[in-house]
Design a protein around this ligand. Structure first.
Ligand SMILES: C[S@@+](CC[C@H](N)C(=O)[O-])C[C@H]1O[C@@H](n2cnc3c(N)ncnc32)[C@H](O)[C@@H]1O
Ligand code: SF4
Ligand code: SF4
Length: 340
């Protein structure tokens, strides 16, 4: 389990916070400790603002076992440069520790992050919260604390037309685990926009916790750039998501209504032109270099960005993060009680 007291000792430099965390884990248990530490962090964010680098993404590898047609990652030329070795990544994180880096939340991406499971296990100990975005073709490790987001691009035929034959059934099997926190993430584009409701029904049946939708972001240099739906269709897509959320699926669609509304063409350009994610996040490429402006890299067309993060952060600006977290917590508890 990530960040268990005994495992934390493998991180060479132990801060006062780490020691307090270990102590609290022994006294009241790791789950309660994590909740308390999270609430404390959110309270400090409310008081002093989010520290720069509180959230971000790391391309832990430049390798992937797939070659998806829409993928921004392969608009970059990483093939020539080797990725950092396991020890070099640890050295990199230790170096950041020296600088007072906040180590709050990290999304592990790439390439395919689960190609480096051993390294991930070591690196995730540095962060308080970890999210892994994976193509789902490799068996998910037993990491109950981690939020897994499995990328799925629609019905089996569409998914495989984008990602390659033979992967859909493997993903479906790997995602069917109720011992892990698994959600599915769909990037909506011109090929798959008609399949949104099918997608929700399919993954509800598999038993994942929820689904997240993003819209294709055009990236210069992609061999296949036919995925952008255009503004009119993009607005229709957002309307469909709003309708499905409000009328039928509620919280199973992971994005709040006010975040979705920001994605409409009358608002989105202001949000992405002033992208908060670009301003506050950290992103590292497979060589451990800072990646700008974000994980999509320099070639991304910010104005047409369909990533959820700028919209989510925009919606959270000035909001009471602590209150919001407590509301979500109580809502979940009430929901669970009603199911019993
Ligand atoms: C680059 S992948 C890395 C992680 C892993 N290999 C996977 O496929 O989930 C991260 C996410 O970016 C999404 N993605 C790739 N190209 C994109 C694009 N042009 N616009 C929006 N999302 C994109 C993928 O579908 C995937 O969900
Ligand atoms: S989307 Fe993920 S799985 Fe597909 S090529 Fe890109 S990195 Fe690999
Ligand atoms: S591509 Fe999107 S997330 Fe990245 S910097 Fe541009 S607007 Fe922000």
């Amino acid at each position: 389990m990530i960040r268990e007291a005994e495992e934390i000792k493998t991180c060479p430099k132990h801060t006062f916070r780490d020691k307090l965390f270990d102590f609290s884990c022994r006294r009241i248990g790791s789950q309660q400790t994590k909740t308390l530490f999270k609430l404390y962090d959110l309270a400090t964010f409310d008081l002093y603002g989010k520290p720069k680098g509180a959230i971000g993404a790391i391309d832990i590898t430049n390798r992937c076992n797939l070659r998806c047609k829409h993928c921004y990652f392969y608009a970059h030329d990483y093939a020539e440069k080797p990725e950092l070795s396991d020890d070099e990544w640890i050295e990199k994180l230790e170096g950041l520790k020296e600088t007072g880096f906040p180590f709050y939340q990290c999304s592990w991406i790439g390439g395919e992050p689960l190609l480096r499971k051993d390294l991930l296990e070591r690196c995730m100990k540095y962060f308080r919260s970890n999210l892994i975005v994976t193509n789902g073709t490799l068996e998910l490790p037993n990491w109950p604390d981690v939020n897994f987001y499995i990328s799925v691009d629609g019905k089996k035929e569409t998914h495989e037309a984008i990602r390659g034959n033979g992967c859909y059934d493997i993903i479906r099997k790997n995602a069917g685990r109720n011992d892990l926190k698994i959600s599915v993430s769909m990037v909506i584009n011109k090929m798959n926009y008609r399949e949104i409701e099918y997608f929700i029904e399919e993954w509800k049946e598999v038993g994942v916790r929820g689904c997240l939708f993003q819209i294709h972001t055009p990236v210069k240099g992609l061999a296949n750039n036919d995925f952008w739906p255009g503004w009119k269709l993009r607005d229709d897509i957002v309307d469909t998501l709003l309708r499905l959320k409000e009328e039928k699926y509620g919280d199973f669609i992971g994005m709040p209504v006010h975040v979705l509304k920001l994605m409409k063409s009358d608002k989105c350009k202001e949000v992405t032109r002033n992208c908060i994610f670009k301003k506050v996040s950290f992103c590292f490429d497979p060589q451990g270099q800072i990646k700008k402006p974000c994980m999509f890299g320099q070639q991304a067309d910010c104005l047409r960005c369909g990533c959820i993060l700028p919209f989510h952060l925009w919606a959270l600006e000035g909001k009471w993060l602590l209150m919001r977290e407590l509301m979500i917590y109580f809502k979940r508890r009430v929901g669970k009680k009603m199911l019993r």
